[in-house]
Design a protein around this ligand. Structure first.
Ligand code: ADP
Length: 271
């Protein structure tokens, strides 16, 4: 290792100092016990849905819960929870919006005049906005925060990981992604940041026949366990394609969608 110049921006070494030095302090009105990031290799695989369901599972189990929507260019958390109010900003900071069951939510959509306006920001601006959701939002006391990370393994998620003390990540994939290198990239990004990979979720893994109840693996045999073994990920879950879930997300009723799909995973990753 070369001699440390304390200039992390131009250094390629992977050291603890690097990770610690860039961490931002949360707002003085925030006390968050545990932070879990939800990541995916690309958009559209169900990362926001899994973030939402994990938060609903946490609330069902009595945890005071927060959701930081860091998917700035495709924010879908407010919609899934049916949030219509705007977040309120004062001189002290920004107050998150509460969901029906009491999750504190912050998302760019809660600050925009019109939530259909596109966000045409460059990477550093996006990363800066996410950092502000950590430093300027008054989260209060929370047992657990889930971060719906920006998709991919590029500059923006990396900056977010460097600035927020994430305790662990859950990777969400589609069956097709599992056979490519996307999971490996997410695992490598977590390793670079010294962040444990707590679980691997294969979303849209199968569908259940409405007539006979048989599980139909429409994309072929699942590779989730084999990939998890390869990368030493202890916990895996396979989620079905379920049109009632799509409907619940579209209607802002995710808290009323009844399922126990993530209960076991939650118990294993939050001890
Ligand atoms: P991402 O955050 O990865 O971009 P989303 O979570 O927004 O993806 O999901 C994309 C769309 O797919 C949403 O309309 C969501 O409701 C739907 N969806 C995700 N997972 C499932 C599933 N298992 N069954 C049915 N619809 C799903």
């Amino acid at each position: 290792m070369s001699e440390c110049t304390h200039d992390c921006s131009s250094c390629k070494e992977d050291c603890n100092q690097r990770n610690k030095s860039l961490l931002e302090k949360p707002h003085s009105g925030s006390k968050i016990k545990r932070v879990i990031g939800v990541v995916s290799g690309k958009g559209g695989v169900g990362k926001s849905m899994v973030t939402s369901l994990l938060a609903v599972t946490a609330m069902k189990k009595g945890f005071s819960t927060a959701i930081l929507d860091a998917d700035i260019t495709g924010p879908s958390i407010p919609r899934a929870f049916g949030l219509k109010d705007h977040a309120m900003a004062t001189e002290e900071g920004i107050y998150p919006v509460e969901s029906a069951w009491g999750a504190a939510v912050m998302s760019l959509n809660l600050l925009m005049e019109n939530d259909t306006d596109p966000v045409v920001w460059r990477g550093p601006v996006i990363a800066g906005a996410v950092k502000q959701f950590w430093t300027d939002v008054i989260w209060g006391e929370r047992d657990i925060m889930f971060i719906d990370m920006p998709p991919g393994t590029g500059d923006v998620p990396l900056t977010v990981f460097q600035s927020i003390p994430v305790d662990g990540i859950v990777i969400v994939t589609s069956p097709q992604e599992l056979v490519g290198m996307i999971v490996e990239k997410a695992v490598n990004m977590a390793r670079l940041m010294n962040i444990p990979v707590l679980g691997l979720v294969e979303n849209m893994s199968y569908t259940v026949c409405p007539h006979c109840g048989e599980k139909l693996h429409i994309f072929g045999k699942s590779h989730v366990d084999e990939i998890a073994k390869k990368y030493g990920i202890a916990n895996t879950v396979q989620l079905p394609i379920d049109s009632n879930l799509t409907q619940a997300c579209d209607d802002g009723m995710i808290e009323h969608f009844e399922c126990d799909w993530l209960d076991d995973l939650f118990d294993k990753i939050v001890r």
